[in-house]
Design a binder for this molecule. Structure first.
Ligand code: NAD
Ligand code: UDP
Length: 332
């Protein structure tokens, strides 16, 4: 099978390309390199010993997409491409609606034109909004607190409507929890520009000395140590989840929604302490006020993916911390 991976040179996309190639799928990538580097294509090929076809194009460009579908018989699409910074989305909502909704709609139009009706979409735990009932189940009512989250909720709705309009569309909506870590080779990983917004990239930059001190946002949450609790999943496990989702739509037709997480919650202090212990480095930190919009605990109920996809994340927090640091050290 030939899979089109949009955003395939990005953080999660690149790891998914590796797992797809390892499983014998052919991979075609479209990425405009807005938030990734062309070298990633070489690294994917180096890790797997297999070739990928790369198009430097924008998913909002219908003609470019048509050309890709003309030149390749695409069987399924995994749609990662999009903007993902929550804070930026509050400041630049139109950019987020334009890029995230625009690319999804145009992509589906072209897929329909070429009779390719299998799509896996990168959604997020953010669609559970401020829900306090943890762990989150796929059946919970959705809500969002920022434009980024709203684009995820809208795209889920668009793909659901597409499936309702024509049951030949097979759709898998994957709601990721907190992906961290990197490929153990140290060749691909997460390397955000500027000052990171997310916890793990920030921790890494403090450990390598690029940033001085981690601010821990809040130590008065109703959690075991007062700091925020999240469901961190190793990015390689997350990538494997996509292969499982592809297997699912080869067996069964329909619309499927799955959480991809571990079901285990770790606090900010757990992350800092484990990172220090595993990597034998110091992570300077101080307590700071809560970050606006944060919730105390965000945790997946991963049982549906385990039952229906036979997917279970197996990599430990120690491996997540080790691999994240290994990638940073190799790529400084
Ligand atoms: P990323 O920024 O590393 O990868 C996204 C890739 O898409 C980048 O390489 C970027 O250049 C590309 N891109 C963006 N807009 C494009 C366009 N219009 N046309 C072509 N390419 C475009 O992000 P990631 O962390 O790998 O996330 C992948 C997907 O997963 C995103 O949709 C994101 O919203 C979603 N997601 C990420 C997380 C997370 O914590 N990383 C959590 C939940 C959901
Ligand atoms: N966090 C923190 N300092 C930082 C970045 C994040 O204390 O510099 C905390 C944040 O408040 C949350 C957890 O780390 O409790 C995970 O944050 P991240 O932004 O990585 O993921 P999200 O909040 O989107 O789940």
């Amino acid at each position: 099978m030939k899979i089109l991976v949009t955003g395939g040179t990005g953080y999660i996309g690149s790891h998914t390309c590796v797992e797809l190639l390892n499983e014998g799928y052919e991979v075609v990538i479209i990425d405009n390199l807005y938030n990734s580097k062309i070298e990633t294509v070489d690294y994917i090929e180096k890790i797997t010993g297999k070739k990928v076809k790369f198009y430097k194009d924008d998913c909002c460009d219908k003609e470019a997409l048509r050309k890709i579908f003309k030149e390749n018989k695409i069987d399924a699409v995994i749609h990662f491409a999009g903007y993902k910074a929550v804070g930026e989305s509050v400041k630049l909502p139109l950019n987020y609606y334009h890029n995230n909704l625009g690319s999804a709609i145009i992509l589906c139009e072209v897929m329909k034109e070429f009779n390719c009706k299998n799509i896996i979409f990168s959604s997020s735990a953010t669609v559970y909004g401020n829900s306090k009932r943890v762990p989150f189940k796929e059946t919970y009512k959705l809500s969002t607190t920022n434009p980024y989250g709203t684009t995820k909720m809208f795209i889920e709705r668009i793909l659901t409507d597409l499936h309702i309009s024509d049951e030949d569309w097979n759709v898998v909506l994957l709601r990721y929890f907190n992906p961290i870590g990197a490929h153990p080779s140290g060749l691909i990983g997460e390397d955000p520009n500027g000052i990171p917004n997310n916890l793990m990239p920030y921790v890494v930059k403090v450990a390598t000395g690029e940033l001085e001190c981690l601010s821990i946002f809040g130590n008065d949450y109703p959690t075991k140590d007062g700091t925020g609790v999240r469901d961190y999943i190793h990015v390689v496990d997350l990538a494997v989840g996509h292969v499982k989702a592809l297997e699912k739509i080869q067996k069964d037709n329909g619309l499927f929604i799955y959480n991809l997480g571990t079901g285990e919650g770790y606090s900010v202090l757990d992350i800092v302490n484990t990172f220090e212990r595993v990597n034998k480095v110091k992570v300077n930190h101080k307590f700071a006020p809560r970050r606006k919009g944060d919730i105390a605990t965000c945790l997946a109920d991963p049982s549906k993916a385990e039952k229906e996809l036979n997917f279970k994340a197996t990599r430990t927090l120690e491996e997540m911390c080790r691999d994240a640091y290994n990638y940073a050290v190799k790529n400084r």
